[in-house]
Design a protein around this ligand. Structure first.
Ligand code: ATP
Length: 440
């Protein structure tokens, strides 16, 4: 993780937030490459939900919502983690994440080793609070949303009516969420401000078994489609005692990140939320959220299957999965083996040297390719260094203009993973790159 964090900083993926002020714990900023990669992930997700199928609608709801939403959702009472402090070194831990029982008088503090030094576990609500308007009193308290899902439930009826949808259908949303996490860390794995990609699929009660399995498998396929290695992905079905207050059934997609005592960690949750959400919002708002089925003349609260993924955690997964080190003729090479589908830059174009008209040709090629692929022109430094820079941002193909180009109108295409090179005629270059980028 240290190596990856350093690469992310060095290559403009992720920077520590407020760095010139010494940073702020567990907050991160996305740099030029990070923004491109994140945008590719979000676009791939939204396309897989909305463009590639015809039963899910997109939505973008506000972060700030009526405070009653969080009463209805159960977040005000249930969205808590058990917290203990070491009285000796003042370190703070999530009791449910410790390898020891903090109420055991012999349990040593993981930080300072003092035995039996923990405070009683207390429940800590993870929602960030602020005030709406100039008056800072209890009646003006408002929360930063800890998940995007609630905005979908509140708009369920708006979307259903305006898009003239019948069950089953879904609503997909990408947006920021905020949680005052007790144990943020592992780079961008758990932060206090993050982005989620959530989809709520509204179904007839009784159809949950089929739809749950369908979405669980679809979501796994999505990570594989983006190039994440299959052997590092798995499902984890929640036991009864692990279920969140709203869930009837839950399966996590986990990735083998490698950190912590258990190397597998949640990447995404697929939840059968029953009729809890619409039922509670109907009860708390007084607005009918029942569905009338024309065919059967039945009236009921739709049941919900949710898929809930994190943008930042997906990005981290993709980077961890793609990070490679190898030694070639005694020299270490670091590269990101990103799938061309999501690589921030697909093609880099270089003149071999800054003379003999090579920069001009390389610039012309860059301009010709730009409308078709994210392309990057570079003539700074030796060719080896330019390749190395592109390897570290995961650019799958580098095109080099050399001495032969003027003679026979060909360039080299260099492959990031194998380091092989092929010569390609200039008039076939765009087509050839297109084939390579879209190849499986
Ligand atoms: P964890 O305990 O692993 O942080 P969670 O079980 O609280 O996660 P959910 O509430 O199911 O997570 O949220 C759905 C998804 O949102 C997670 O699978 C993860 O990808 C993302 N997510 C949740 N909390 C965070 C966070 N603090 N930082 C980054 N991503 C998060």
């Amino acid at each position: 993780m240290e190596k990856l964090t350093a690469l992310c900083k060095r290559r403009g993926f992720v920077f520590p937030s407020s760095e010139i002020y010494g940073g702020i714990n567990a907050c991160w900023d996305y740099g030029p490459m990070g923004v491109r990669l994140k945008s590719n992930i979000k676009t791939a997700w939204m396309n897989s939900m909305t463009l590639d199928r015809d039963d899910v609608e997109p939505l973008d709801a506000a972060v700030l919502m009526h405070p009653r939403v969080w009463e209805a959702s159960g977040h005000l009472t249930e969205f808590t983690d058990p917290l203990v402090d070491c009285k000796h070194c003042k370190a703070r831990f999530r009791a449910d994440e410790m390898d020891i029982d903090p109420t055991d008088p012999e349990a040593p503090c993981p930080r300072c080793g003092t035995k039996g030094s923990f405070t009683e576990p207390r429940r800590f609500n993870l929602m960030f609070k602020t005030f709406m308007g100039p008056v800072e009193d209890a009646s003006h308290v408002i929360y930063l949303r800890p998940e995007t899902a609630q905005g979908i439930y509140l708009n369920y009826e708006n979307v259903r009516v305006t898009s003239r949808r019948k069950l089953p259908f879904g609503i997909a949303q990408i947006g920021k969420a905020f949680r005052n996490e007790i144990t943020p860390g592992n780079f961008i794995f758990r932060t206090r401000e993050f982005e989620q990609m959530e989809m709520q699929f509204f179904i007839r009660p009784g159809e949950e078994g089929r739809w749950f399995d369908y979405w669980r498998d679809e979501r796994m396929r999505w990570y594989q489609w983006m190039g994440v290695r299959n052997e590092r992905l798995r499902f984890h079905e929640h036991a009864e005692h692990e279920l969140a207050h709203y869930a009837q059934r839950a399966v996590d997609i986990e990735y083998e990140f490698g950190f912590g005592t258990d190397p597998w960690h949640e990447l995404e949750g697929i939840h059968d939320r029953g009729t809890f959400d619409l039922g509670r919002h109907q009860e708390y708002s007084g607005k009918k959220l029942e569905y009338f089925d024309e065919a059967t003349k039945e009236r009921f609260i739709p049941r919900i299957i949710e898929t809930s993924a994190g943008v930042d955690r997906t990005l981290l997964t993709i980077l961890v999965d793609a990070y490679r080190e190898e030694e070639i003729k005694g020299e270490k090479r670091v590269f990101l083996g990103l799938h061309p589908r999501i690589a921030p830059i697909k093609v880099a174009v270089f003149p071999l040297v800054k003379k003999d008209g090579m920069p001009e040709i390389a610039r012309r090629i860059t301009a010709e390719l730009r409308p078709h692929f994210p392309v990057f022109y570079d003539m700074g430094g030796s060719i080896g260094r330019r390749y190395a820079r592109q390897d570290e941002v995961g650019t799958p193909f580098c095109v080099t203009v050399d001495g032969q180009t003027n003679e026979d109108q060909t360039v080299t295409i260099r492959f990031r993973d194998t380091l092989e090179q092929e010569r390609c005629a200039l008039d076939r270059l765009r087509e050839r790159l297109g084939e390579l980028i879209t190849a499986d």
